[in-house]
Design a protein around this ligand. Structure first.
Ligand code: HEC
Length: 233
């Protein structure tokens, strides 16, 4: 084999993969076209515009800075590539009190407002695409969902059933201080010990607001809706 063939072969092997995995998806997804809703399939007309509330942009940055993406994914894969849709409440809630089964696959619009799609590097912990929903409807029913998240970030092993959690503790996002005079309005109820109180820093607040915004199960146009087959009747 001549050096020329070798170099050409090497460039082709890496070049084709680079084109298919980086360049083509980037061109296809950087400027998403609006999706039209149709009367026949969606029962309404107009344009699909996904909305998210919370500190999406700065919260996503804290999420990235702390390496959450190293162990947590935010992508519910199509069923041909994995069984994500059938994992408990990953793709949405199996039994949402108002909307029933809301599970669906992730689509590019789910990352609206974020500079990077935090699809994640590995899956040591559960997928967080619908964490906001799970916290509100399953982990902290009838309680303040942000308190559950603060407690988890402070000590992931606090709940008895999570005693062997390997999620790191992010205590540096909190400040413990002595109460002098009145206690702070921001003080966390679980963090009050004697005359000490625990205050979430601004990064913790942005992160928790972002985590609560993770509800990537809003209804999508029928053309994009790939969920588990719904039972008839
Ligand atoms: C070293 C890997 C690792 C990193 C880094 C990590 N986690 Fe985790 N996380 C886990 C594992 C494993 C679990 C599952 C055990 C448990 O429930 O705590 C988990 C669970 C969680 C849960 C509970 C999810 C659920 O539905 O039960 C939340 C919320 C969470 N992590 C948030 C975060 C956030 C936010 C960050 C970044 C600030 C982060 N994690 C970084 C490994 C990690």
């Amino acid at each position: 084999m001549s050096l020329r063939t070798f170099i050409l072969g090497l460039s082709a092997s890496f070049g084709i993969a680079w084109l298919a995995i980086i360049v083509v998806p980037f061109i296809k997804m950087r400027d998403l076209a609006p999706v039209q809703l149709t009367e026949a399939a969606d029962g309404t007309t107009g344009i699909f515009f996904p909305k998210r509330s919370g500190r999406v942009a700065d919260g996503a940055q804290i999420y990235a800075e702390n390496g959450c993406y190293l162990c947590h994914t935010q992508v519910v894969r199509p069923t041909y590539a994995g069984n994500d849709l059938y994992r408990a409440d990953w793709g949405g809630l199996k039994a949402d009190p108002d909307r029933g089964d809301t599970r669906r696959e992730t689509n590019a619009y789910d990352f609206f407002g974020e500079k990077f799609a935090q699809i994640g590097v590995s899956r040591m912990g559960p997928d967080l695409s619908n964490l906001g929903r799970r916290v509100e409807s399953i982990y902290a029913v009838g309680k303040d969902p942000s308190q559950w998240l603060y407690a988890h970030l402070y000590n992931p092993r606090q709940e008895p059933q999570r005693w062997k959690s390997t999620c790191p503790s992010f205590r540096f996002l909190f400040t413990e201080r002595k109460i002098t005079g009145n206690s702070s309005d921001d003080a966390l109820p679980f963090g009050r010990h004697g005359n000490k109180e625990l205050i979430p820093d601004s990064d913790a607040k942005a992160l928790v607001s972002y985590l609560l915004s993770l509800k990537k199960d809003q209804p999508v146009p029928a053309s994009m809706n790939f969920g588990p087959p719904k039972k008839k009747g």
